[in-house]
Design a protein around this ligand. Structure first.
Ligand code: CA
Length: 152
């Protein structure tokens, strides 16, 4: 699938992916940067006793710049509504960008977000995606693909 001109290569495989904040972290992170939108990490999950973040995905670029970052993921949970929030990080300073994906009603089975998230990163070198649920629940997510285009 070719989403962008060949003159702007997807450099996701040159980025460093890491996860934190999960009871059971998603593994097989290489499947999130393999260029295949159908392959995914294992399901990460966390049980929360109230609204909160149940895990994070961090994408660190090779250098600061202007990037377009896209994310295909899935979320599901035993109660409430899951969402994804985004921070952009420049040299260690965090900037909360906002809640960018919300899912209703409660997806009790895996729900792939067909409207993929894309974030423009300006003069920064890291994006942090926070997976959130707004109720006491066990919540899950898989990362299908991260795409990173360096624009400048
Ligand atoms: Ca993939």
């Amino acid at each position: 699938m070719e989403l962008f001109p060949r003159s702007i290569p997807n450099i996701a495989s040159q980025c460093t992916l890491s996860v934190d904040g999960w009871d059971n972290s998603p593994s097989d992170l290489e499947k999130a940067v393999d260029g295949d939108f159908e392959t995914a990490t294992t399901a990460g999950s966390t049980t929360l006793d109230g609204e909160g973040y149940y895990g994070y995905l961090n994408v660190t670029m090779p250098e600061k710049g202007v990037y377009l970052v896209g994310l295909k993921c899935s979320q599901w949970c035993t109660a409430g509504n899951p969402s994804v929030s985004v921070w952009i990080i420049r040299g260690g300073e965090w900037s909360f960008t906002g809640l960018v994906i919300g899912t209703t009603p409660t997806p009790t089975e895996e729900k792939i977000r067909s409207g993929n998230l894309a974030i423009l990163v300006v003069d920064a070198d890291e994006v942090r995606f926070g997976f959130k649920v707004n109720a006491a629940a066990t919540a899950y997510a898989k990362i299908y693909e991260v795409v990173v285009f360096k624009l400048l």
